[in-house]
Design a protein around this ligand. Structure first.
Ligand code: UFG
Length: 336
């Protein structure tokens, strides 16, 4: 039987930390590596308070292949869940080389370390960004991929291609999860999202505005071809997303093929205005917002077809946008 030891790169980040909690809840032993570039050591305490267990932690950059290899060997790792990557779309346009170096060289370094230490299973954080604006909605895993809008999006596409090519050698089994819009926080409010500086994403911008840290939320355009004119996305609660990783670990040990990709969303599209209204109604908070210009690079609408994940992973989202805005607000309220 394979060991229950799972290496989680970027395990102190937003999605990583929630996944570590759900791995522990499911009886796994997550071993975290994180270089703390966009996370905080205090997250370890949050994980310990929720689960009663403190996972092994290494402060390490995934580009340090030799050290990675040692960690993989010493800890008898059976699968790797790879979160460690830069993720800001706008910043990636300003600093493309940093993004390609960190995200693409990062995965190559990790795969080399895995090959040298004979670790075969990897679960990769991909993104619905690889679909761009699809002609037909919802998008399935067979929807054609288009040229990425940003260097960030392109790193996700390139990493998927690297994983696919490497899987063909038989050295590795890959599950690539294409996340839709992750949001929310753990219901304990002990872990959640910690955006660096001004948030780019809608939900943290809303919670920071409601908390008085930002003056006003700008809704980027209300003249799209959607029912209320604002963009539509598929918002997935971070705890549901974390559980998709646990299901992927179970799946990867069993499946005989070498490469599988899954959409991870709710299957439901929600507009920006619907999010704002739900936030106000659920939390009894008035939000200061106005309608502004469209944001460059935004697609009009996307939501997921998740039937493949439902049937092969045995996973489906259980939480909805009411849970997302409630948990995100509770998390925001207890931050300093
Ligand atoms: N939005 C606003 N105001 C804000 C922030 C966002 O109106 O202050 C709107 C956006 O225009 C968009 C929606 O809220 O319609 C969601 O925007 P986010 O920035 O939260 O999320 P995106 O859909 O733009 O980003 C997601 C993923 C990225 C991925 C990107 C690709 O979070 O990882 O899709 O388009 F790269």
């Amino acid at each position: 039987m394979s060991s229950k030891n799972i290496l989680v790169t970027g395990g102190l980040g937003f999605i990583g930390s929630h996944t570590v909690v759900e791995l522990i809840n499911a009886g796994y032993f997550p071993i975290i590596i994180d270089n703390l570039s966009n996370s905080d050591l205090k997250v370890l305490d949050g994980i310990e308070k929720i689960t009663g267990k403190k996972p092994v932690f290494y402060n390490l950059d995934i580009l340090q292949t030799d050290d990675l290899e040692k960690i993989l060997n010493v800890n008898n790792i059976s699968s790797v869940i790879h979160f460690a990557a830069y993720k800001a779309v706008g910043e990636s346009v300003e600093k493309p080389l940093d993004y390609y170096y960190n995200n693409v060289s990062g995965i190559i370094s990790l795969l080399k370390a895995m090959q040298n230490s004979n670790v075969k299973n990897i679960i990769f954080s991909s993104s619905c960004t690889v679909y761009g604006q699809a002609a037909d909605l919802p998008v399935t895993e067979r929807t054609p991929l288009i040229k990425a809008e940003s260097p960030y999006g392109n790193t996700k596409k390139i990493c998927e291609e690297i994983l696919y090519d490497f899987s063909k050698t038989g050295n590795v089994k890959v599950v690539s999860l294409r996340y839709f819009n992750p949001a929310g926080a753990h219901k304990s409010s002990l872990i959640g999202e910690l955006p660096l500086g001004i948030p780019n994403n809608l939900i943290p911008y809303i919670t920071q505005t409601a908390a008085g840290l930002r003056n006003i939320l700008t809704i980027f355009g209300n003249n799209y071809n959607t029912p209320d004119g604002t963009c539509i996305r598929d918002y997935i609660h971070v705890v549901d997303l974390a559980l998709a990783h646990v299901k992927s670990v179970e799946f990867i040990n069993k499946f005989t093929d070498n490469y599988e990709v899954f959409n991870i969303g709710t299957g439901k599209g929600t507009s920006v205005l619907e999010i704002v209204n739900t936030f106000e109604n659920i939390n009894f908070v008035k939000l200061n917002y106005s309608i502004g210009e469209r944001r460059k690079g935004d697609i009009e609408q996307i939501w997921a077809d998740c039937k493949k994940a439902n049937s092969l992973l045995g996973w489906e989202a259980k939480l909805d946008i009411s849970d997302i805005v409630k948990d995100a607000w509770n998390w925001q309220k207890q931050l300093d």
